[in-house]
Ligand binder design. Structure first.
Ligand code: FE
Length: 207
């Protein structure tokens, strides 16, 4: 499409395209508008990183669950009620002393929707997708995360077949915390690998 629009609309080119496509699909009877609304509602309010945070918190608190998550992440995540599109084939990556994981989709934007919601804009950007592989330490530095040289940084490339969830290390000083409290320490970026968990001291009321 050219930028020559004689309609005076304030909608962006992309919004216009999406609306035109939606109108066409509804007119043809191929999609139900109510179903579309339900999908949008689901991904705006029900699905998000709070789901992944529950998985991570349970893996921290429950050794048996952690093992099930290691063996079959898709099934272990479904135990908590999180399943569906873009989450059919999950693998959990466990950070450990001396090992961190970073997730990217170099081809497009594959992302584990049921546990993290929709991907952030930067995850889909060309610079992130290329640099995460070439210069992962540099990317993490851009996110404000310094990874010491003696820590191995493993980069995992998502595909339509495999989606990854990083399980960061449980922060020190959280002994005896409930899963609810632990989940509050788990950030979205700590489950992608670009960020870290929150400092327990910042949530002293959490336990
Ligand atoms: Fe992709």
């Amino acid at each position: 499409m050219s930028g020559n629009h004689p309609h005076g609309s304030t909608l962006s080119e992309m919004d216009l395209r999406v609306r035109a496509l939606e109108t066409l699909l509804v007119d043809k009877g191929w999609v139900d508008p109510a179903a579309l609304d339900a999908l949008v509602e689901t991904y705006e309010h029900k699905v998000g990183p709070h789901n992944g945070a529950r998985v991570v918190a349970k893996a921290w608190a429950d050794e048996a669950y952690r093992e099930r998550l290691r063996v079959d992440a898709t099934a272990a995540i479904a135990e908590l009620g999180y399943s569906g599109r873009q989450g059919e084939h999950m693998v959990a990556l466990f950070d450990a002393p001396g090992v961190r994981h970073l997730v990217v989709c170099t081809l497009c934007s594959c992302y584990p929707w049921p546990v993290l919601g929709l991907p952030p804009v930067w995850y889909k950007s060309a610079p992130y997708r290329s640099r995460a592989v070439i210069d992962p330490r540099g990317v993490l530095a851009d996110f404000g995360t310094t990874v010491p040289d003696d820590v191995e940084l493993r980069v995992f490339d998502s595909t339509a077949e495999l989606r990854y969830l990083v399980v960061p290390m449980r922060p020190a000083g959280t002994d005896g915390w409930s899963e609810d409290a632990l989940a509050r320490l788990v950030t979205r970026d700590s489950m992608i690998g670009t960020g870290t968990t929150l400092d327990p001291a910042s949530l002293e009321d959490a336990r």
